[in-house]
Design a protein around this ligand. Sequence first.
Ligand code: FAD
Length: 402
Amino acid sequence: MLNFNDTEKAFAYKTDQQLKKARFLFGIMQFNGLVKLGTILTPFALKIHLPIKGIIKNTLFEQFVGGTSLEASSAVISMLENQKVDVILDYGVEGGEYDDGRYDAALEEFVKVIRFAATKKNAPFISVKLTGLASTKLLSKLNLNAYEVSEFVSDQRMNEKLALLDVHEKAAWEKLVKRTEKICSIASELGLGIMIDAEETWIQDPIDHIALKMSRKFNQKKSVVYNTLQFYRHDRIAFMQAAYQDSLDHGYQLAVKIVRGAYMEKERARAEKLQYRSPIHINKEAVDKDYNEAIDFLIQHHTTCSVIVASHNENSTLKAVQLSIQENAQDALHFSQLYGMSDNLTFNLASDGYHVSKYLPFGPVEEVIPYLLRRAQENSSVAGQTSRELSLIREECKRRGI
Ligand SMILES: Cc1cc2nc3c(=O)[nH]c(=O)nc-3n(C[C@H](O)[C@H](O)[C@H](O)COP(=O)(O)OP(=O)(O)OC[C@H]3O[C@@H](n4cnc5c(N)ncnc54)[C@H](O)[C@@H]3O)c2cc1C
């Protein structure tokens, strides 16, 4: 019987020492002011070479990151394999304006990650951020509207946008398509899945368009390319239905990773500043409603859809579990949580035989700092409440008597 409160299973992989360390770390993260200060000071301290790398490596890094390189992540990958948990390798390349050499180097890194994943028994997916493979400026130029979200990116509308590019921009776009195609093609050959991350609304249309092109090409027989849908957006239910229709029209498997969305503050701030309707739902209830509706839709269509429920939300996870039992859809369903978070979901799901993975970032300490600071912010106290993570860790410490 699935029980997300079973802390014994959730933390079985942690020694007493490691658990105490996690308790200390999540305890520190409760102090909002400290996290805010750390977020400001850390990048500065690293810039002037203050010796804080070791402290970060022993604390936040150890909790949330697989290792300083792919090879160094092997121990965590094996530990997860022993617990019947898969990994989604996350090469967190930073987006920005660079020359082609940098984007080609990122492509080669992604290929390396795919080849490495193929040597592991429990690494069926890798995640890809398209902003690591092309200019963000170009992507924003290709968004259908600068200030409004679009419910679906038809070929015709994207072609109209592409026709407005100059010759250099057109070449840059073609290169991005080729780079993505190479990644998907190698993954397909090696039997792996590619998850295309969702990013900000003002660059998301061309990302959706590429995901669609790749899905049409590579998902004919099985799910290789997964697009990501953010249900904090008020237009994503309509988008999902249109994407499903496209999969029927072109005879491919619709594969999606569903998330709530990571850029809420940024999206709202931009909408307010530039005076347009925010693409984000007005409250959390509306987001939860759409997220759960997506779970319903995708599981009910499980013979032609593959879905990854990427969430730390217990209600949504439980809902997906119950529906998958009802619809006999367990094989089309996969769950995923970030490494270092929601172990109560991951390890209890795995122990009950569900497909579940940890999203596992890796890389040198200084490169994963932005990721670590986001995790610290996410786990800092909301209105004085003890985080769910800390309560569970404390409960397990109490059970072990440590
Ligand atoms: C494996 C994995 C992959 C991910 N990949 C991506 C990705 O590609 N792109 C991406 O954007 N994010 C991604 N995320 C992050 C994700 O979008 C969420 O930020 C995060 O998982 C928290 O949502 P939740 O479902 O876990 O839980 P919850 O704690 O139930 O929800 C928190 C989320 O609800 C929304 N929310 C909170 N308050 C409000 C409010 N007042 N009004 C409206 N909405 C609100 C926000 O999206 C917030 O992040 C990923 C997460 C995981 C676990």
